[in-house]
Ligand binder design. Structure first.
Ligand code: ATP
Ligand code: LTN
Length: 342
């Protein structure tokens, strides 16, 4: 290869993005603003892998029929949001066995002390006291395996995943320091606005798809439901529209949602709405959410009617993901000393 050819090849090799969403419920505008929307923005500049992380979802009990249905629905949502399945790998985690295999190896490079410090583990074990299983505890190790399998450079996530991402980097660095440069060390991509959309009913807590329906806006909620939920959103009693997440979490959350979806900064919205009541703020927020979700919802309706197409997307993309993942897995297996395959 000439030097010029080499340069072209280097220039053409895009950086790799990996991210995942659990099929653990209907996606919320938190998932959309914090993660999915950015997946779409990044798809032209990177080689992107967007996984449906069903193995993570079963760390909390799931109804099998619902889980099965939600995996295909999530594939439809990814595509409806604007992800091109020809350009991005969209597939189910459980269809690529390398994720679970690498997770096992990485478990042996992760300390109990590190995992016990994870705030998501603490929160989820408090919420599911009857089922504090080992999978919930080692959840971040499987997430590290997801990311490291593809030599990922960038991971777009909401701010709640920052701690898991830091652990992933630590595990990768620890492994590399023993065996040489096996893993690329990934960076997080956390949006400036909307990295943590709050619950409509408890605005000091993050909006979560596993919470009761009145706490979140699902991206497939119809306009009436969106208006009703926002109308009932918890605010405060001082009546002033001002961005101050500490003392006015409810009002600030509505401003953040509007800002993220309408591309206007929070302070300018607050200034524009000075003197108006919370009723007006809620009406504008609802209008903005409805308008932002409308194209996605229309496209989703069309896609979900074509199950054969969706099945084909996840099948072909899983096969492609598998060939990429296996390269890293084989390298890791060799490094740790597993006997060669004949
Ligand atoms: P669950 O309630 O089942 O734990 P979740 O709603 O927290 O689910 P995940 O599937 O864990 O959603 O997260 C998918 C992506 O959405 C992650 O990148 C996460 O950081 C992001 N995300 C989740 N909730 C929010 C939120 N409220 N605001 C911004 N981003 C969020
Ligand atoms: N843990 C994440 C979902 C997730 C993920 C990943 C995100 C699983 N694997 C890899 C980014 C990269 C969550 O709970 N939101």
């Amino acid at each position: 290869m000439t030097e010029q050819e080499q340069n072209v090849q280097t220039a053409e090799k895009k950086q790799v993005i990996f991210s995942g969403i659990q099929p653990s419920g209907t996606l919320t505008i938190g998932n959309y603003i914090g993660a999915l929307r950015n997946f779409v923005k990044l798809q032209n500049d990177y080689d992107c892998i967007y996984c449906i992380v069903d193995e993570h979802a079963i760390t909390v009990r799931q109804n099998p029929a619902d889980l099965r249905r939600r995996c295909l629905e999530l594939a439809a949502i990814y595509i409806a949001a604007g992800l091109d399945p020809q350009k991005n790998l969209i597939y189910c985690q459980s269809h690529v066995s390398a994720h679970a295999e690498l997770a096992w190896i990485l478990n042996c490079f992760t300390y109990m002390g590190e995992l016990s410090r994870m705030t998501q583990f603490k929160a989820k074990s408090a919420a599911h006291e009857d089922n504090i299983n080992a999978g919930l505890f080692t959840y971040p190790v499987l997430m590290a395996a997801d990311i490291l399998l593809y030599q990922t450079n960038l991971v777009p996530v909401g701010v709640d995943q920052k701690q898991h991402l830091e652990l992933c980097r630590d595990i990768a660095q620890r492994f590399n320091s023993v065996y040489g440069n096996v893993f690329t060390i990934p960076e997080g991509y956390i949006p400036k606005i909307g990295a943590k959309i709050m619950s409509l009913q408890e605005p000091e807590k993050k909006m979560s798809k596993s919470d009761p329906a009145e706490c979140y806006i699902a991206i497939l909620d119809d306009p009436d439901t969106i208006r009703r939920k926002i109308k009932r959103a918890v605010t405060d009693s001082d009546g002033e529209i001002r961005f101050d997440p500490e003392s006015k979490p409810g009002v600030s959350n509505l401003l953040s949602i509007m800002s993220a979806l309408g591309d206007e900064d929070v302070d300018s919205i607050a200034t524009r709405m000075q003197g108006k009541g919370y009723g007006e703020l809620k009406k504008e927020t609802a209008d903005c959410v409805i308008a932002a979700l409308e194209p996605l919802q229309a496209e989703y309706k069309r896609l979900i009617a074509d199950k054969a197409y969706l099945q084909n997307v996840i099948d072909t993309n899983a096969a492609a993901a598998n060939s990429l993942a296996i390269r890293t897995l084989r390298k890791v297996q060799k490094k740790v000393g597993f006997a060669p395959r004949g």
